[in-house]
Design a protein around this ligand. Structure first.
Ligand SMILES: Cc1cc2nc3c(=O)[nH]c(=O)nc-3n(C[C@H](O)[C@H](O)[C@H](O)COP(=O)(O)OP(=O)(O)OC[C@H]3O[C@@H](n4cnc5c(N)ncnc54)[C@H](O)[C@@H]3O)c2cc1C
Length: 334
C-alpha cells in the first residue's frame, strides 16, 4: 500500500545570494498561513555544504522542521544532483505540498523534480490559498499574462508550485523559535556528474532589488517623457527608494527592463508604494497585492490606480514629483 502523505508543507531552501534573495523566507511565511488552514506543518529542505546558518535562519522564519543533507559533495550546485536528492527526499517523506522560489535556480529545479515525482507543477505563482476541500489553490498568470488562472492538483502529490520573489512578505526573525533538524546522509546513488564546475566568481549586486525595497516609486506613461521620468530616480535617491515602471515606460526606454513591475516583470511588496501617472491595468496591479500602503498620483481621479490607492492625489505627476523633492530638501535643510 502506498504510504499516506504527511500534511507537511515543504519549502525548498534557496539560500544563494541570501541578502538579495529573500524568496525562501517569503514562501515560509506563506507556508505558515497555509499550514494553519490545513492543520499541517511547515518544513524546509536544505541541501549543500556548511549550511547550519540557513537551517537556523529557516527555523527563525517559520520552519518547524528542517531536512538537511550537508556534504562536501554538494558544495557546488549541480542540477542533476539537487533534483535527484529533492526527489528522493520527497518520495521517502511524502510531503503534501512542495514550494520552490521562482528564481533561475528554482525554475530549473522544480520542473525536474515534478517530472520525477509524476506530479503537477504551477510555475510563477502570485498567490496560494487553501480551498474548502483542503487543496492548494495556485494562482498564476497564464496565456502570456492575459489571464489569471487558479490551478489545483487534485490527485498528484506533492502539490508543487514555484513562487515569484516578492510575492509574500517574510515573517520577522524569531530568535526564540525552535525546530526539529533532521540531518540525513548523502545517498550513495548520486547521478553521474555530466557538468563539472571549474571556477565561480561572486558578482555583487549593484543595488538593492526592487522586490525587497521598503519604498518603491513606480512611474507610468503619465510622467510624459524620458527626461521627466528621470526625476523619479532623483526622488528615489532622496527617499532611499527603488524605481519601478510600467510596460509602456520600459518599452519607451525611460527605465530599464529590470524596473518592470507586473505580470511580465517583478512582484513588489513595499511598505510604501508611490505610483505616478499609472492607469492601473490588471497586468500591472497584479504585482502590487502585497504593497502595504499605496499613494497614487494621477490627473484622472477615475483611474483604476487611484481607486486602488490608500491615498489618491489628483495632480500632474511630474509637478507632484518635483514638489515632493522640494519638500524633502527643505526638511533636510531645516
Ligand atoms: C500580455 C501582457 C502583459 C503585460 N504586462 C505588463 C506588466 O508586466 N507591467 C505593466 O505595467 N504593464 C503590462 N502590460 C501592459 C498593461 O496592460 C498596460 O498597458 C500598462 O500597464 C499601462 O501603463 P501606464 O499605466 O503607464 O500607461 P497608461 O495606461 O497609458 O496610463 C497612463 C496614466 O497616466 C495618467 N496621466 C497622463 N498624464 C498625466 C499627468 N500629466 N499627470 C498625472 N497623470 C497623468 C493617465 O490618466 C493614465 O491613468 C501588459 C499587457 C499585456 C497584454
Amino acid at each position: 500500500m502506498t504510504p499516506r502523505h504527511t500534511g507537511e508543507i515543504w519549502v525548498f531552501g534557496d539560500y544563494r545570494n541570501y541578502f538579495q534573495n529573500r524568496v525562501t523566507l517569503q514562501i515560509l511565511a506563506k507556508a505558515v498561513d497555509l499550514a494553519a488552514a490545513t492543520g499541517g506543518s511547515v518544513s524546509a529542505v536544505v541541501l549543500g555544504h556548511r549550511v547550519e546558518e540557513w537551517v537556523g535562519e529557516y527555523i527563525a522564519h517559520g520552519a518547524q522542521k528542517v531536512y538537511v543533507i550537508d556534504d562536501a559533495a554538494l558544495a557546488s550546485y549541480s542540477i542533476e544532483t539537487y533534483a535527484h536528492l529533492l526527489h528522493g527526499l520527497a518520495r521517502e517523506h511524502r510531503p503534501e505540498t512542495l514550494l520552490v522560489g521562482a528564481t533561475r535556480f528554482g525554475q530549473e529545479l522544480a520542473p525536474r523534480v515534478a517530472k520525477k515525482l509524476g506530479t503537477g507543477l504551477t510555475a510563477d505563482c502570485i498567490d496560494l490559498e487553501i480551498d474548502a476541500a483542503g487543496l492548494l489553490v495556485q494562482t498564476a498568470p497564464s496565456f502570456g499574462g492575459n489571464l489569471i488562472a487558479k490551478i489545483i492538483t487534485p490527485h498528484g502529490r506533492p502539490q508543487m508550485a514555484t513562487v515569484r520573489p516578492g510575492t509574500f512578505q517574510e515573517l520577522p526573525h524569531d530568535d526564540g523559535a525552535n525546530g526539529e533538524v533532521l540531518s540525513l546522509p548523502l545517498p550513495a546513488d548520486l547521478p553521474q556528474q555530466r557538468v563539472r564546475l571549474i571556477t565561480s566568481e561572486h558578482r555583487p549586486a549593484k543595488k538593492r532589488r526592487i522586490e525587497d525595497a521598503a519604498i518603491v516609486i513606480c512611474g507610468g506613461r503619465g510622467m510624459g517623457s524620458k527626461g521627466k521620468f528621470k526625476k523619479l530616480f532623483d526622488l528615489a535617491t532622496l527617499m532611499g527608494a527603488e524605481v519601478g515602471a510600467t510596460r509602456p515606460v520600459v518599452y519607451a526606454e525611460w527605465a530599464p527592463h529590470e524596473a518592470l513591475v507586473g505580470q511580465a516583470g517583478k512582484n513588489i511588496a513595499p511598505r510604501v508604494l508611490l505610483s505616478f501617472g499609472i492607469s492601473g491595468a490588471i497586468q500591472h496591479t497584479a504585482a502590487l497585492a502585497d504593497a502595504d500602503f499605496i499613494i497614487a498620483i494621477n490627473k484622472n481621479p477615475s483611474a483604476t490606480m487611484m481607486k486602488l490607492a490608500d491615498v489618491a492625489i489628483v495632480a500632474d505627476a511630474n509637478q507632484a514629483c518635483l514638489g515632493i523633492m522640494k519638500a524633502i530638501r527643505e526638511r533636510v535643510r531645516d
